[in-house]
Design a protein around this ligand. Structure first.
Ligand code: GUN
Length: 304
C-alpha cells in the first residue's frame, strides 16, 4: 500500500553507474595495452536489419571504441545461411585478436540460435549464453564463468545500493535464459533466498509482495503494480517496452515492466526506464571482454 509518509523511492541511476564502470574498463584497457601490449577486441555479429538490433549493435560498437578496445563488426544479410554464420563464428573463435564474440539475438528463422550459441568458444562468450558458462554459473563458479550482462549489471546496481545481500528475499519475475535464470543464480550465489516467479505463478502479486528485492524481467508493459511491492523494497526493472506514439511518425516512449509512478510511492529504491538497467548491459559486456582477454593471456585483471 502507498505510504503517505514515503517521500518517494530513491532513484537508482544506472546511467551514471554504467559510465563509472566504462571508465574503469577504459583504464584497464590502457594498462593492458601499455604494460602487456595487448588490446582487447570485441566482435559483434548482426544478421538482418531488425531496427532495435541495429540500434544496440551501433551503440555497442561506439562504446567499445570509446574504451579503447578493438571493435570488429560483421553485418550479414537477413537471408544468410546457418552454415555461413557458423563458419564466421569459427573464424572468430580462431582469431587471437578477438577476445569476445557476441551474436546479436534474435536471429532470423532459418538459423538455429542454440546451434550458433553452442559454436561460440565458451572462453570468448562474453554474453555468457553458452551452456558451459550457464553450467559454471549454476555451480557458483563465478571466477571461471562469463556471466550474462543484464543480470550481472542488475546485481552490481543492487550491491551498490544495498551492500551485502545475504539473507534477503529476492523475487525474480521472469524465467528467460538471458535474464531470469542467470539472475536467480547470481542472487543465490550472494546468499539471497530466491523465488523465481513467472506468468503461470499463482498469486503473483502476493509472491512479489514478499520481496525485499524485486527483479521484473517479463517483458510486459507496466505489469507490476504499486500494491505488488513491499514497502521499502528495492525494485530492478529490466523491461524495455515501447508504448504506441502519441502522434503519427513519432516514436512512443519507453517504459518498463513496472508501473513506475505507482511503484516509486511504495519502494525504497527503484531503477527508472530508460536510464536504469539498460546502460549497465553494455558496460558489463565491455568488462566481460577485458576478463576474457586477461584469462586468454594468463594475466591478472588490472584493477583499473
Ligand atoms: N538481444 C537482446 N539482448 C541481447 C543480449 O544481451 N545479447 C545478445 N547477443 N543479443 C541480445
Amino acid at each position: 500500500m502507498a505510504d503517505p509518509q514515503n517521500p518517494g523511492a530513491q532513484l537508482i541511476d544506472g546511467k551514471a553507474f554504467a559510465s563509472e564502470v566504462r571508465a574503469r574498463v577504459g583504464r584497464q584497457v590502457d594498462q593492458l595495452t601499455q604494460r602487456h601490449g595487448i588490446q582487447p577486441g570485441l566482435a559483434v555479429v548482426l544478421v538482418g536489419e531488425d531496427a532495435a538490433s541495429q540500434v544496440y549493435v551501433n551503440m555497442k560498437a561506439k562504446k567499445t571504441a570509446e574504451v579503447g578496445m578493438q571493435s570488429f563488426e560483421h553485418r550479414l544479410p537477413a537471408d544468410t545461411a546457418e552454415r555461413t554464420l557458423l563458419d564466421l563464428v569459427r573464424q572468430l573463435n580462431d582469431d587471437p585478436a578477438v577476445h569476445g564474440i557476441l551474436v546479436q539475438l534474435p536471429l532470423p528463422g532459418q538459423i538455429d540460435s542454440e546451434k550458433v550459441l553452442a559454436t561460440i568458444e565458451p572462453t570468448k562468450d562474453v554474453d555468457g549464453f553458452h551452456v558451459v558458462n550457464a553450467g559454471l554459473l549454476s555451480r557458483g563458479q563465478l571466477d571461471r564463468a562469463l556471466v550474462p550482462c543484464t543480470p550481472m549489471g542488475s546485481l552490481m546496481l543492487l550491491e551498490h545500493q544495498l551492500g551485502d545481500l545475504t539473507g534477503l528475499n529476492a523475487v525474480v519475475l521472469g524465467r528467460s535464459n538471458i535474464v531470469g535464470k542467470p539472475m536467480s543464480q547470481l542472487l543465490l550465489a550472494r546468499s539471497c533466498t530466491v523465488t523465481v516467479a513467472h506468468s503461470k505463478t499463482r498469486n503473483l502479486a502476493e509472491v512479489c509482495r514478499t520481496a525485499d528485492i524485486l527483479i521484473a524481467a517479463v517483458g510486459r508493459t507496466r505489469m507490476v503494480q504499486g500494491d505488488w511491492i513491499k514497502p521499502g523494497a528495492t525494485v530492478i526493472d529490466v523491461g524495455i517496452n515501447r508504448l504506441p506514439p502519441e502522434r503519427e511518425g513519432e516514436k512512443g516512449p519507453l517504459v518498463g515492466d513496472v508501473d513506475f509512478d505507482a511503484a516509486r510511492r511504495v519502494a525504497g529504491a527503484i531503477t527508472p526506464v530508460p536510464g536504469g538497467v539498460g546502460p549497465m548491459t553494455i558496460a558489463v559486456l565491455l568488462a566481460n571482454t577485458v576478463t576474457a582477454c586477461c584469462r586468454a593471456n594468463g594475466i591478472a585483471e588490472p584493477k583499473g
